[in-house]
Ligand binder design. Structure first.
Ligand code: LMR
Length: 395
């Protein structure tokens, strides 16, 4: 019997798989709220002005396409470290940073690194969490459990339940936390809640792995990374995965970074050496274009300002879309979904059941994940009424 004939067909990806069904759907009024991608009012993926200019500059340089170092483009690494930890922050001497293939790549390099270091550690993710967290950490060899997070009755976070679960975790457990714009729920912890989380992480000697894929989509670039400072203040060692897919609209460039905060510079040097082994044995070294673009923008005061302004525009527009969706739902007779305007980031966790989400897709051509997540950042003034009416029809 052939080895390959024993294979089972793998299930389609719960998020990216929707893109495939969406592409095949012939209905002209179909709406893709599945994947987390920001679309402009014209329904198209924006090319940010700062990226357009940076790309022109890079093209004009006509540089050859040499390999990057295993850890990535130095100017990019420097820029992304400043963005996450602050310009010339003293802590940087004990932070090991590498360029990564988007946020997912950063999580995977981090997962491989921890697995090598402490193979029997368990991983805890939030209930619910980004669909790929469980799969990614399981695939990296971990047993993945959950801590309580979203409570349907509270229409928000079950902070007490979360803290209880963290307090019961075994020492050394890796806790995956969403730094801002929790995916999929859109509900973030308040500062006082984070204090309790940090206290539990410290007292139970847990390893925090912060996933920050949406910096700038909550309240602002600085505000959204505040939690990093609180972890530093508590003297903890932790990991941070970041992504620039969304904040620079550079999805296809696969550009992110992994940062590991170590106890001292010598430990950070060793961490970096091990991260490089993880990268080298997976894909050798990362790709250049996305890193060069981000470095160009962040390294030029005018482009950086333009980026911040445009990102702020995206953030404000999403808030507006939330407001209009709530209004549209109210017009369609749905009065108990106002919580959509309280949620942060690209997503709304609608509370719709799997059956309702399937009906939304099959009967109305509105695509969201089976878990009830919809990407409000893909709405516009032409499709919002259709979406609101479709939601009302399946409820
Ligand atoms: C999402 O959650 O939709 C995005 O982070 C894209 C992805 O890779 O799943």
């Amino acid at each position: 019997m052939s080895l390959l004939q024993t294979l089972q067909l793998a299930p389609t990806d719960p998020i990216l798989g929707l893109n495939e069904s969406f592409a095949k759907d012939p209905r002209p009024d179909k709406v893709n709220l599945g994947v987390g991608v920001y679309l402009g009012e014209d329904g198209l993926l924006p090319l940010m002005e700062c990226i357009r200019i940076a790309e022109e500059r890079l093209t004009a340089q006509n540089k050859p396409h040499g390999y990057l170092g295993i850890d990535g483009l130095p100017a990019y690494i420097k820029a992304t470290r400043s963005l996450v930890f602050g310009e010339d922050a003293p802590v940087l001497e004990r932070v090991a940073s590498v360029q990564a293939l988007g946020g997912t790549g950063a999580l995977k390099v981090g997962a491989d690194f921890i697995q090598q270091l402490t193979p029997s550690a368990k991983v805890l993710i939030s209930t619910p969490s980004w669909e790929n967290h469980r799969a990614l950490f399981t695939r990296a060899g971990f047993e993945v459990g959950e801590y309580r997070y979203y409570s349907a009755e509270q229409k928000g976070i079950d902070v007490d339940g979360m803290i209880d679960d963290l307090q019961q975790a075994e020492e050394g457990t890796v806790v995956v936390l969403h730094a801002c714009c929790h995916n999929p729920t859109g509900y973030d912890l308040q500062k006082a809640d984070w204090d309790r989380v940090i206290e539990a992480v410290a007292s139970r000697k847990l390893v925090a792995f912060l996933d920050m894929a949406y910096q700038g989509f909550g309240f602002g670039i600085e505000e959204d990374k505040a939690v990093i400072g609180w972890f530093l203040d508590a003297g903890l060692e932790f990991l941070v995965a970041t992504s620039f897919s969304k904040s620079f609209s550079l999805y296809g460039e696969r550009i992110g970074a992994l940062h590991v905060v170590a106890p001292d510079a010598e430990a950070a040097r060793k961490v970096l050496s091990q991260l490089k082994v993880c990268i080298r044995t997976n894909y050798s070294n990362p790709a250049k274009q996305g890193a060069a673009l981000v470095a160009e923008v962040l390294g030029d005061p005018e482009l950086r300002q333009s980026w911040e302004d445009e990102l702020a525009g995206m953030r404000e527009r999403i808030k507006n879309l939330r407001y209009h969706l709530v209004t549209g739902l109210r017009d369609a007779g749905i009065t108990d979904m106002d919580f959509i305007s309280d949620q942060l980031g690209m997503f709304s966790y609608s509370g719709l059941t799997k059956d309702q989400m399937v009906a939304l897709r099959t009967e109305h051509g509105v695509y969201g994940t089976d878990a009830g997540r919809m990407c409000v950042a893909a709405l516009n003034s032409r499709n919002i009424e259709h979406v609101a009416k479709a939601i009302a029809a399946v409820r």
